[in-house]
Design a protein around this ligand. Structure first.
Ligand code: FES
Length: 243
């Protein structure tokens, strides 16, 4: 994830700062330490902060870890260029937040971000293990596709296993929104193209994305949480998904 963001940032001109903030008990449970060090030294836009809740006597602050305690909204506010209103110091806020961890941690970070007025579309997350949605995209709550022209001819989408065929247009949102509206329950987690959980086989047609997803997608699959019918599906008025 960190590497994907750093590469994407570099390919877009590298004008964004990326913070990797990680909580662990101590150096014994600190995963991927060397890997992250390599990424932050390879990509100047990326920097890290490690919080240890119970450092070992041999753990050195400033070398093995940066602060003692847990990752919290207060730690984020102390590190990131946001003030208590969610605004970046200076020019108005422009931060995206990606986080993952156990449910209690997720809920506390999400609540903290909402308290400082971070908008849902800047919050992206993934649970460790089975999770639930913290955010906006509950079935039936889609806000339509941002960035797609509104007046388009509807495209027929067939959910093959379920035997359901329904028209898609931009107001219906993503293909995941569309499936849920029909009562289907495809798996998902982040709903923002980061985790890959919603990958679904395309039987016929193609898909497009408003923004390229960060998660890798195998050929012939679609990340339906952020996809809509693509060019050939529109031309042939048919997209068939293995759902
Ligand atoms: S739910 Fe995470 S990529 Fe679609």
């Amino acid at each position: 994830m960190l590497e994907a963001l750093a590469k994407k940032n570099a390919s877009c001109g590298g004008d964004r700062n990326i913070w990797f903030i990680h909580g662990a008990t101590n150096s014994k449970t600190h995963a991927f330490s060397n890997h992250v060090k390599n990424i932050t030294s390879d990509w100047p836009s990326a920097q890290s902060h490690y919080a240890y809740s119970a450092p070992l006597a041999t753990d050195i602050q400033g070398s093995d870890y940066d602060s003692q305690g847990r990752v919290s909204i207060d730690l984020l506010k102390s590190l990131l260029p946001i003030n208590s209103y969610g605004h970046e110091h200076g020019n108005g806020w422009d931060c995206d937040f990606y986080f993952c961890g156990p449910p209690a941690f997720m809920e506390s970070i999400y609540k903290g971000l909402k308290q400082i007025n971070i908008q849902d579309d800047r919050i992206h997350y993934e649970f460790f293990g089975p999770g639930a949605s913290l955010l906006k995209s509950q079935p039936g709550e889609n806000k339509g596709l941002i960035g797609e022209p509104k007046n388009q001819t509807p495209v027929s989408v067939r959910f093959e296993k379920s035997g359901i065929e329904v028209d898609w247009e931009p107001s219906k949102g993503t293909l995941l929104d569309l499936a849920e509206k029909q009562g289907l329950t495809p798996p998902y987690s982040c709903r923002s193209g980061v985790c890959g959980t919603c990958a679904t086989k395309i039987i016929e047609g193609d898909v497009a994305y408003v923004d390229p997803p960060l998660a890798e997608t195998a050929a012939g699959q679609a990340l339906i949480c952020c996809a809509y019918p693509g060019k050939s599906a529109k031309q042939n008025n048919l997209l068939k998904l293995d759902l």
